[in-house]
Design a protein. Structure first.
Length: 140
C-alpha cells in the first residue's frame, strides 16, 4: 500500500550558498583592488590646487619619471616607457574619439623642467588644447 504525502516538492532556490560566494568575492576584490592599481613611482611636487570635478571623463595622464621617460595611462603595458611617436599617436587617437577628455601631465619633482615642457609640446602636436599639471597636496 502506497502512502501519498500531502507535501509537494519545494522548488525554491537556496540562496545561502550564493550569498557566501558573493561575500568571499567581495573580500577578494577589496583586497586586490589597491594592488591592481599600477603606476610609475614618482614624487609629485606639492601645491594647493583644486581637484578635478568628479563628473568629468577619466583623464589621460602622461607621466614623466625622474629619468625623463614617458608613460601613458592607456595602452597595453602602462608600466613601460613609450616612444614620443607612439605617445603622439595614442593621444591623438583618444582626442579624436573624445575631444572633451582632460589631459594631465604628471612630472616627477626631480625631472628637468625642459623634459616636462617637451611632453607638453608633444601633447599639443597630438591635438590637445588644454593640459593640466598634477601635484600632491602639501602636508598640513
Amino acid at each position: 500500500m502506497r502512502r501519498f504525502s500531502s507535501r509537494k516538492p519545494v522548488s525554491e532556490i537556496n540562496v545561502v550558498p550564493y550569498i557566501d560566494v558573493m561575500l568571499v568575492l567581495l573580500i577578494i576584490f577589496m583586497i586586490t583592488a589597491p594592488i591592481i592599481q599600477q603606476g610609475v613611482e614618482i614624487d609629485l611636487p606639492q601645491a594647493s590646487a583644486n581637484p578635478l570635478p568628479p563628473e568629468q571623463r577619466e583623464p589621460l595622464v602622461l607621466t614623466v619619471n625622474r629619468d625623463g621617460a614617458y608613460f601613458l595611462n592607456i595602452g597595453d603595458d602602462i608600466d613601460k616607457p613609450i616612444d614620443e611617436s607612439v605617445l603622439v599617436n595614442r593621444v591623438a587617437a583618444v582626442i579624436k574619439l573624445h575631444a572633451d577628455t582632460p589631459v594631465l601631465v604628471r612630472g616627477d619633482e626631480a625631472v628637468d623642467y625642459g623634459r616636462v615642457t617637451d611632453a607638453m609640446v608633444l601633447l599639443q602636436s597630438a591635438g590637445v588644447e588644454k593640459v593640466g599639471l598634477m601635484t600632491d597636496q602639501p602636508d598640513q
